[in-house]
Design a protein around this ligand. Structure first.
Ligand SMILES: [Zn+2]
Length: 227
């Protein structure tokens, strides 16, 4: 092989390597699963918090409408989520939609008490309640959102309200996603919860809004309901 053909052979090989890496890398490298305490962490029965007793280091009470007193730790969220929630509620109020935080952070101990109480009252609820260490509320990034009027609070009919429609179409602009949408129960393992929103940051929230994916699909991870 003369020097010219050696060079062109090397260039060709180099292009092939670059092309191969370019084609394969999005599949291999995309959507790596972030761990606690990432704002993009996936939490479900298969992916508990690590450690399971994790307490977020940056919990604050958002300066917005709250369903309980400021001393109630359930009104706390991690700082980025709290600030985004405040901005989102302010934007909604400009459209005459008055929202309120009904439930935010829930500690491992509170989730354990809730889980034990519900299971004791009705063992068929085992699949409907997250065991301690696997609730999104323990991340400090999940917010149950209700109307200040209380209309359809934590009920499916909230999904039929103008407020819910506004949230579905705008929450991603503030970094929130609707986490347990209708039609995805088999993937998320959770019943439809139109009031439950999860902060993941604007970039990921916008991507999920555009694709219609839930977190389990995005990370190609195992959901709660598929075991
Ligand atoms: Zn919730």
């Amino acid at each position: 092989m003369n020097s010219v053909s050696q060079i062109s052979h090397k260039v060709w090989c180099c292009c092939l390597v670059v092309l191969t890496v370019w084609v394969i890398s999005p599949v291999k490298m995309a959507n790596a699963l972030p761990k606690t305490p990432s704002l993009q962490v996936l939490v479900n029965r298969h992916y508990p918090l690590d450690p399971t007793t994790f307490i977020p280091p940056d919990l604050v009470v958002p300066h917005t409408s709250l369903a309980s007193s400021m001393n109630d730790t359930e009104m706390e969220l991690r700082k980025p989520a709290a600030e985004a929630l405040t901005r989102m509620f302010a934007a909604a109020s400009k459209d005459d939609i008055n929202l309120m935080l009904s439930s935010g952070y829930r500690s491992y101990i509170d989730q354990a008490l809730l889980y034990d109480d519900l299971i004791a009252s009705n063992s068929s609820l085992t699949d409907a309640v997250a065991p301690p260490g696997t609730s999104e509320h323990q991340t400090g990034l999940a917010a149950d959102i209700v109307l200040q009027s209380g209309f359809c609070a934590a009920q499916d009919c909230f999904g039929m309200t103008r407020a819910s429609l506004w949230l579905v179409n705008n929450a991603h602009r503030y970094g929130f996603i609707t986490r347990y949408p209708l039609g995805k129960q088999a993937i998320t393992g959770y019943e439809y919860e139109p009031w439950h929103y999860r902060y993941v940051g604007v970039s990921l929230a916008s991507r999920l809004f555009s694709s219609g994916q839930v977190l389990e699909e995005y990370y190609r991870a195992q959901g709660t309901g598929d075991n």
